[in-house]
Design a binder for this molecule. Structure first.
Ligand SMILES: [Zn+2]
Length: 462
């Protein structure tokens, strides 16, 4: 048995783990590298011949876990892609959106470079196009949570609810009397929309994410109050509230909180734009799979009330509608993708608002190193679509809405293990974060071997 780490090693994106087991070649997750300095890896020759892979097991639909699928199919993969139904539906939407953005960005970049008479570090063509995405669809096979799937005489696979986004899973592989668990991304224990992550009692080998392994999220109640305060104060000043939003899960959660605050009369009724065709579509998927939901959202849906809708909410599908938002004076709320500002309509809204002291740019999700979102948080001046802008708007960040477990939640999940895993591989975190987290884990699991794998590193598992 052999495992090779093809992404999310001492960085957050590009999750891909190659597992060779009983003559079968598995890839767990198939994510895109999204950090600016690592994007070139998406263009490199894939370290394992794609045609030799039998299965791709998908933990969830986020692009840093699924966004490389069209490329790998284009390069010869023709096995099966196993995931839950909501993951399949959301992944389809996410990949189509990803291809569209790639085509648009490549074209823009080409024109810009032509004008400036220079060449970028990688080709001015999209990594894949819509037609490549459509070819992925026929390889999907649905799985249900907790169902045993036999993929060979000796190998079985089970998906468990990870509580991170709709349909997200932990994936456990049973082979030769060994258990290997891939955590994907681990969710929260008190998400108002989703169920809590499944508690797992054992696994010989554990591959675990550590995104927020060095910090504690704000309490949800405090996050909600902060959200309320920011909206009210920005309205007082006459500025806009611009929220770079991940279309999957975060958009629905922000809508849920806006609806809650409106019902409780804690914020004014402001025109709110969900300026993301993708977020609109994903919201529809949430409505179709309400039995996957939990808590408050489920209660409302059972009463036939949408937790993701309110009177002044506008869904802007077309670019023309989106451009109209630029002419609206006075306060409005603009939610647009992409969540880390690496592409999409958010860039235009940032250009319109980033130099306005009365406006607020409100981050409600993780901003990876090397992304525009992270630069806005850390710098006084940023480059957007080739031009430099001073950061004069109020910049705010709410961590409490995160879909990722924080340090204490990661530990709470991990400490549920009744027996120490033989090996714990820590992945999907920035290097300093993984190092810090590994020190805590070492103390508790002194019998386990704690490993922080490097990109393309390979391990034999006995
Ligand atoms: Zn994720």
């Amino acid at each position: 048995m052999k495992i090779k780490f093809l992404g999310a090693c001492k960085n957050v994106t590009g999750s891909k783990f190659f597992l060779q087991i009983d003559g079968i070649n598995l890839l767990i997750d198939c994510g895109l590298f999204q950090e600016r300095e690592l994007k070139n890896r998406n263009w490199e020759k894939f370290p394992v011949p794609p045609e030799k892979l039998n299965y791709i097991l998908l933990t969830h639909a986020h692009l840093d876990h699924s966004g490389y699928l069209p490329k790998i199919v284009k390069d010869g993969f023709s096995g099966k892609i196993l995931c839950t139904k909501p993951t399949k539906e959301i992944t389809k939407i996410a990949l189509l959106d990803s291809a569209k953005l790639m085509v648009e960005d490549a074209e823009k970049k080409r024109k810009r470079h032509q004008k400036e008479g220079r060449k970028g570090p990688y080709p001015e063509i999209p990594l894949y196009e819509i037609s490549d995405v459509e070819r992925v669809f026929s390889f999907f096979e649905d799985v249900s949570y907790n169902e045993e799937i036999k993929i060979s005489e000796k190998v079985k696979v089970v998906f468990y609810d990870a509580g991170h986004i709709l349909g997200s899973s932990f994936i456990k592989i049973f082979a030769d009397g060994k258990e290997i668990l891939f955590s994907g991304d681990i969710g929260r224990f008190n998400n108002p929309i989703l169920k809590a992550p499944t508690l797992i009692e054992s696994s010989d080998i554990l591959i675990m994410e550590t995104t927020y392994g060095d910090r504690i999220h704000e309490d949800r109640k405090i996050a909600e109050e902060k959200f309320q305060k920011i909206i009210n104060e920005t309205k007082e000043k006459g500025g806009n509230i611009v929220i770079p939003t991940f279309a999957i899960e975060r958009a629905q959660e922000v809508l849920y909180y806006l609806k809650k605050l409106l019902i409780e009369d804690k914020i004014p009724h402001l025109i709110t734009f969900l300026d993301s065709p993708m977020a609109i579509e994903i919201t529809e998927v949430f409505k179709r799979y309400y039995f996957y939901l939990d808590g408050e959202a489920e209660k409302l849906l059972n009463k036939n009330i949408s937790p993701f809708d309110f009177p002044l909410l506008h869904f802007t599908k077309s670019v023309e509608e989106s451009k109209v938002i630029n002419h609206i004076k006075g306060s409005c709320i603009i939610m647009a993708g992409s969540g880390m500002c690496t592409g999409g309509r958010i860039k235009h809204h940032l250009i319109q608002n980033i130099e306005r002291p009365e406006s607020t740019i409100l981050f409600v999700g993780y901003q990876a190193k090397g992304t525009l979102g992270r630069e806005i948080l850390e710098k006084d001046e940023v480059r957007i679509l080739g031009n430099y802008y001073k950061v004069k708007a109020r910049i705010e960040k709410i961590d409490g809405f995160s879909a990722h477990a924080d340090r204490d939640e990661l530990l709470r999940w991990l400490y549920y293990f009744k027996k120490s895993p033989e090996k714990i591989f820590l992945v999907h975190g920035e290097e300093e974060v993984i190092n810090e987290f590994s020190e805590i884990v070492k103390k508790r699991f002194s019998l386990s071997e704690i490993i922080i794998p490097s990109y393309l590193e390979e391990f034999e598992i006995q």
